[in-house]
Write a protein that binds this ligand. Structure first.
Ligand code: GDP
Ligand code: CA
Length: 335
């Protein structure tokens, strides 16, 4: 049984690989909800939907988010009225948000609705939101942002994560991030049990600061993972100092961390015994070991489903290696 702590795109690719090498019925994904946002009165859960759509083979391959074969008629109408048009919601995708919002209005929990949506795509894995309670990731702008002249913001302004990520194209430096509501939230039913009972817990190659951190911020989750540290493997989302997509590398630097696998190791060392890093970072293996983690070198760019499957296989195999030795020699797989 494998439990994966997940954000959006990076996690979804990893999970697709994992589903090819492990019975999907034995996989639980615990997914970030800090990105969730209410738009047009609709509850949008970007990371949950990215995971579901990717695993269903329904994700748009070019955009990497939203559904394939999408049309944009509804957004065109919203734009006509001068409504919120910076967060694109396709017509098919809107159906998901309509359904979710309706079910939440009926009193269903986010976990219940998520299970219904995942089942409807014939997926056998279990997808759990980190929490049923609202958690909002907010970031503080380090500099003034006058990217759009009619919407300038002074330095120090705190904005919603989607306003930063989507509306402002994560182009403006940030000085702080917090997860509003997290401290009073409860893990969704099954979340702590999935961590406690898993053979292996994987921290997916997701943004550590805005995808994984909000999951860890749900009371009890971090402690549950720390208690399983020996069986926890993290996959670095940073390769040779850069993020393959998105602002993870810049955010690490802006928030006082190092944009490298060493920076990732320092964030995860208390949580995971093992860190999967790309061969490109072989020179950092001794440094990772020095941080107290066992480095495993792999080809970690999931450019094809086959590559994602080999990374997933190497990751779960790394969790079952023998007692760690003190020698700073990394394990090397699939060279
Ligand atoms: P988001 O919520 O959709 O922004 O996505 P995530 O937080 O799950 O993932 C973003 C991170 O995934 C970025 O830091 C990327 O570097 C990382 N990522 C994406 N594809 C890959 C890949 O093929 N291999 C690895 N190691 N990391 C990846
Ligand atoms: Ca996300």
């Amino acid at each position: 049984v494998i439990t994966v702590i997940a954000g959006g795109v990076g996690a979804a690719r990893f999970l697709r690989g994992l589903m090819a090498v492990v019975d999907p019925g034995d996989i639980t994904a615990i997914v970030n909800v800090g990105d969730d946002v209410v738009l047009h009165g609709l509850h949008v859960s970007p990371d949950l939907d990215t995971v579901t759509y990717t695993l269903a083979g329904a994700i748009d391959p070019e955009r990497g988010w939203g559904l394939a074969e999408e049309s944009w008629q509804a957004m065109a109408m919203v734009r006509r009225y001068g409504g919120i048009d910076w967060f694109n919601l396709g017509d098919r995708d809107l159906g998901t948000h309509l359904y979710r919002t309706h079910r939440l209005g009926q009193g269903a929990t986010l976990a219940e609705v998520t299970a219904e949506i995942v089942r409807s795509w014939d997926l056998a894995l279990r997808v759990l939101p980190a929490s049923n309670d609202p958690i909002e990731t907010r970031v503080t702008l380090r500099d003034a942002d006058d990217i759009s002249q009619n919407d300038a913001l002074p330095a120090g302004t705190e904005i919603n994560f989607q306003e930063y990520f989507v509306k402002r194209h994560h182009a403006v430096p940030v000085s702080a991030v917090r997860f509003v509501g997290a401290e009073h939230s409860f893990p969704a039913p099954g979340v702590l049990e999935a961590i406690e009972s898993a053979d292996t817990v994987v921290i997916a190659p997701s943004n550590p600061l805005v995808s994984i951190a909000p999951v860890l911020a749900v009371p009890g989750v971090r402690e549950a993972i720390v208690a399983r540290r020996r069986n926890v493997v993290a996959v670095s989302p940073i390769i040779a100092g850069t993020a393959l997509k998105g602002p993870a590398d810049r955010m690490l630097t802006e928030l006082g961390h190092e944009a490298s696998v060493l920076g990732v190791a320092r964030l995860y060392r208390e949580l995971a015994a093992t860190l999967m890093v790309d061969h490109a970072d072989a020179a950092n293996a001794a440094g990772i070991h020095h941080e107290g983690m066992h480095p495993v070198l792999v080809r970690s760019i999931m450019s094809t489903p086959q590559r994602a499957a080999s990374l997933a296989l190497a990751t779960i195999s790394a969790a079952h290696r023998p007692e760690p030795t003190s020698a700073p020699h990394p394990t090397v797989t699939d060279r």
